[in-house]
Every structure is written in structure tokens, then in C-alpha cells.
Ligand binder design. Sequence first.
Ligand SMILES: NC(=O)c1ccc[n+]([C@@H]2O[C@H](COP(=O)([O-])OP(=O)(O)OC[C@H]3O[C@@H](n4cnc5c(N)ncnc54)[C@H](O)[C@@H]3O)[C@@H](O)[C@H]2O)c1
Length: 245
Amino acid sequence: MRLKNRVAIITGAARGIGRAAAELFCREGAVVIIWDLLDVGEQTAQELRDQGFTCEFQKISTTDVPALEAAAREVAEKHGKIDILVNNAGITRDKTLLKMSHLEWQQVIDVNLTGVFNCTKAIVPYLVERQYGRIICTSSVVGVHGNFGQTNYAAAKAGVIAMCRTWAKELGKYNITANAVAPGFIRTDMTDAMPEEARQATIATIPLRRMGDPADIAYAYLYLASEEASFVNGQVLGVNGGQAS
Ligand SMILES: NC(=O)c1ccc[n+]([C@@H]2O[C@H](COP(=O)([O-])OP(=O)(O)OC[C@H]3O[C@@H](n4cnc5c(N)ncnc54)[C@H](O)[C@@H]3O)[C@@H](O)[C@H]2O)c1
């Protein structure tokens, strides 16, 4: 029970890595609130409630600032506090620079970069108020090394690291830590959309010769949210099977 009585908001937790994190955080004793725009988020929350956990779903986009402010207020009023935010929601719109439209650029920046700013901005007053907080942001191996066909995604994921390091410096005095996790190649709907040939080519670049599981990333989130990581601040934890390290 490493998160006993902690109140955690996890964005993009209707499915994939976020869902694995919601389940793990629940098992470790946290009250979990899922922020996602997919209706299946309610099913995810219900399945966790069926196992006896406290899990709620708020249908919301991380791009909707007034809705985020209202949702954060609702969580703080209902549960008395917010302890942990995992900025996990993300999208891809992959194209090479020659083919990428301005719309594809903007959509990814809006969710993967501005969305992280929006969610953190909405919850940070509640963390400061109680002089405690854990902010965890999902970057990517791509945000450190770049990747073919991912100008928009790589830029956003690099920006997430820079924001986290800035928040570590600004918020440390309030006993709030901010860290990033940089996943490698993880088996989810996001990577299922890749052509098989590209998937095999990527696996060949991973020393462990396999894709990661959503749980591999969820455990990294758990570590950074736990008391064991109370002196870890402004760091980027790569979880990538040794790829590009
Ligand atoms: N799968 C990988 O290999 C991999 C690698 C590196 C980083 N990541 C990052 O990990 C995170 C989770 O990815 P995943 O693989 O589980 O993807 P996924 O597509 O399975 O899940 C992403 C979730 O985010 C939600 N979401 C998207 N836009 C949203 C918005 N505007 N507001 C609220 N929710 C929104 C989706 O509805 C979905 O439930 C993402 O930030 C992704 O960029 C994934």
C-alpha cells in the first residue's frame, strides 16, 4: 500500500499505459480519478470499482481549460485534496516534415505539450495549499533522441521534459516534486497502429528484443509517486529496454 489514502489524477487512463497505472495505483491504496475523453473511461473506472477500489471517471479533454479547473475543484472538494497528477494523455499524428500539415503539428502540440501545462496549472494550487505533491509527466525516448516522422511528437515530448525540470525548480520549496518518465516502445493501441514491418524494425533496435508492457511504465509512475522517491526531483526516468541509451 505505497499510495495509501493518496488522491491521484491520471490523464489518458481510459486505456493503455494510463489504465495500467490506474489499476496499479488503486492496488497500492490510492483514490484514482481518470481524466480522459473516451467514454470507455467509465468502463475502466467501473471495472476497478468492481474490484473494490475507489476510482472515478471524469470525461474531459486536457485541452479544455475551464473544464479542467472545474474538475480539479470537484476532486479537491469531494476528496479533500489532490496529491498526485500523472500527465499521461497523448496522441500521435505521424508524418515526415515534408508531409506534416500545420494542423497535425498543432494537434499534437495542443494535447502533448499544452495539455500537460493545462492539467498541471489546474491542480497546482491544491498541491501548494497542502505543501505536498507529485507531478509525473509522460515524455518519450523520442523526446530525447528525436524520431523519423515525429517532428510534432518529439518536440512536444522534449518540451514536457523542460517543463518538468522547470517545475522541479519552482515548486520544490512547496514539497512538490516533478519528474518525467520516458517510455520506449510499449505495446498499446498507439503502437498497434504501426505497420508490422516498422514494429519489427523497432524491436530490432531494443537490446531486450521485445516491446515493453503498459505495466512496465506504470511501475515507473508508481515509484515516482511513492515515498521512496521523495528526494527525486527534476529527473527523466527512461524505461525502454536499453533502446537509445
Ligand atoms: N506506447 C508507446 O510506445 C509510448 C512510448 C512513449 C511514450 N508514450 C506515451 O505514453 C502515454 C500513453 O500512451 P499509450 O500508448 O497508452 O496511448 P493510448 O493511445 O493507448 O492511450 C492514450 C490515452 O490518452 C487519451 N487522450 C488522448 N488525448 C486526450 C485528451 N486531449 N484529453 C484526455 N485524454 C486524452 C486517449 O483517449 C487514450 O485513452 C502517451 O503520452 C504517449 O505519448 C507511449
